[in-house]
Design a protein around this ligand. Structure first.
Ligand code: NAD
Length: 477
């Protein structure tokens, strides 16, 4: 069981919601109950909306310099509490403790970066047509934000939204994931303890559709930020458009990885195996479609498969585990169905393909070859520990195939040929391209997709601009 109760946070106070409805929160490694999470009622959401309006009025008047100081204190508290926050994260989400610590420390870096960058929300002066006129562009906070963050990175996905909003001078109501509520609570406690004024950050839980359908139309909310699946993103974006709200949509991906014939296959396979099976593959930028040059295909796939076979899958709290369980039973059903479909159509599992045991949501690291084009996994995001291996010979044909899906989030390429690196960087139709290393998702670099993977960014100066609105002031003195 959790050590503390699962409270919502509204107007600077920790409280139990009033709907009378709740859900159990389970440990995905043991199936043991960790706690009970109450759901917000409409009255609680009205309270959160009034609180966010009040918080915005206060916070926008705090100078960017002072806001930065308070946010740096949040980052310090997170670093001091890394073990405590990471432990509840692993208990409720499943990822191995070392990864949970990286997530918490990385989130502290996100908050610290936004603390600095908020001080650089520069506007500009435009040359005037008449003497004595000053044409100024002032960057203002967009207003109270409604943020919806998912369960695969319960702390860092919330950090990107809260960090960007607060650095810009906005308040936020964030609905964090119901299946992993305690780590966002421990994270939001850092804002409370660092002295963020009441109403600036509000944290609620409940039935996701009920909350989004109530908050998005509210005239108090001026901006929506959602991270999650493509179908839900399309629905929320339509709702945002209907109410003329700005939106950032960080949706799913189906990342292609191009492995050319001039690389050291063993070291590339080792790096990619780490990337693939991190967080049991439940990562929107997880490499999934491996296009491997025919000259190195057998060697690469052999090494990658050996690495997958060697992973110890187990409870994330056990220091010897390399990969934890899937976060919830829905993912087991989804993996079984998508892999079975591929196998029925002719795919071969070089390793894995099955659930492990019947307690906890453990699934084997899986490598599929000979997957036909009509298998669902070729077009649907698997969001789990499965890699699809394909041979290629002709680069242009392969690039056309890599770009053929409606997704466009992350892409990866491995080659020693500089011309080829430049060619694929230009050709890959995705919001992020990383060549010869895993170089995406840093606080200071833009993170976001194109096509069905969404629009807008959550990192870099773009991630701050997402919460700013340009106001033009023309002044004649
Ligand atoms: P889902 O589509 O039901 O939910 C995805 C996320 O959206 C969850 O966090 C959920 O709480 C939230 N959500 C669902 N309906 C909502 C609504 N009407 N309003 C507001 N929020 C809503 O699927 P799931 O089973 O939770 O997750 C599986 C799929 O979600 C995966 O296949 C993956 O594509 C996607 N996903 C993506 C990310 C990401 O980082 N982009 C994270 C988690 C899940």
């Amino acid at each position: 069981m959790y050590a503390t109760s699962l409270d919502h946070y509204i107007d600077g106070k920790w409280m139990q919601p009033t709907s009378g409805k709740s859900q159990d929160v389970m440990n995905p490694s043991t199936n043991a109950k960790l706690g009970k999470l109450g759901h917000a009622s409409k009255a609680d959401l009205d309270h959160a909306l009034a609180s966010a309006a009040k918080g915005f009025a206060v916070w926008r008047k705090v100078s960017a310099f002072e806001r930065g100081k308070i946010l740096k204190k949040v980052a310090e508290l997170m670093r001091a509490r890394v073990n405590e926050i990471a432990t509840v994260l692993t208990l409720e989400q499943g990822k191995v403790l070392a990864e949970a610590k990286v997530e918490v420390l990385g989130s502290a870096d996100i908050i610290e970066w936004f603390a600095e960058e908020g001080r650089r929300a520069y506007g500009r002066i435009i040359p005037a047509r008449a003497d004595g006129v000053r044409n100024m562009v002032l960057m203002e906070p967009v207003g109270p934000v409604a943020g919806f963050s998912p369960w695969n990175f319960p702390v860092s996905q919330a950090a990107r939204k809260i960090g960007g909003a607060l650095a810009a001078g906005c308040s936020i109501i964030v609905k964090c994931p119901e299946e992993t509520p305690a780590s966002p609570i421990a994270f939001v406690k850092c804002f409370h303890d660092a002295g963020v004024p009441p109403g600036v950050v509000n944290l609620v839980y409940g039935v996701p559709a009920e909350i989004s359908e109530y908050l998005i139309p509210s005239p108090i909310i001026r901006k929506i930020s959602f991270t999650g699946s493509v179908p839900v993103g399309k629905h929320l974006n339509a709702l945002a458009a209907m109410h003329m709200k700005r939106a950032t949509m960080e949706l799913g991906g189906h990342a292609p990885v191009l492995v050319f014939d001039d690389v050291e296959t063993d070291s590339v396979a080792t790096l990619l195996s780490g990337m693939k099976f991190r967080n049991a593959g439940q990562v929107c930028v997880s490499p999934t479609r491996f296009f491997v040059h025919e000259k190195v295909y057998d060697k690469f796939v052999g090494k990658f498969t050996d690495l997958a076979k060697g992973l110890k899958v187990g409870d994330g709290m056990d220091a010897s585990s390399n990969m934890g369980p899937l976060a919830n039973p829905r993912r087991i059903a989804a993996m079984e169905s998508i892999i079975q479909d591929a196998q029925e159509k002719g795919a071969k599992a070089q390793t894995g393909g099955k659930r492990i045991g019947n307690q906890g949501n453990f699934f084997e690291p899986t490598v599929l070859t000979d997957v036909p084009a009509n298998a669902r996994i070729m077009t649907e995001e698997p969001f789990g520990p499965v890699a699809v291996m394909m041979r290629f010979k002709d680069t242009d044909k392969m690039l056309a195939e890599a770009n053929s899906l409606p997704f466009g989030l992350a892409s990866y390429a491995f080659t020693k040929d500089g011309k080829m690196a430049a060619k694929v960087a230009d050709a890959l139709d995705s919001g992020m391209v990383s060549i010869n290393h895993f170089g995406i998702a840093l606080p200071e670099t833009p993170f976001g997709g194109v096509k069905d993977s969404g629009f807008g960014h959550e990192g870099g100066v773009e991630g701050l601009n997402a919460y700013l609105s340009a106001k033009f002031v023309s002044y004649m003195g």
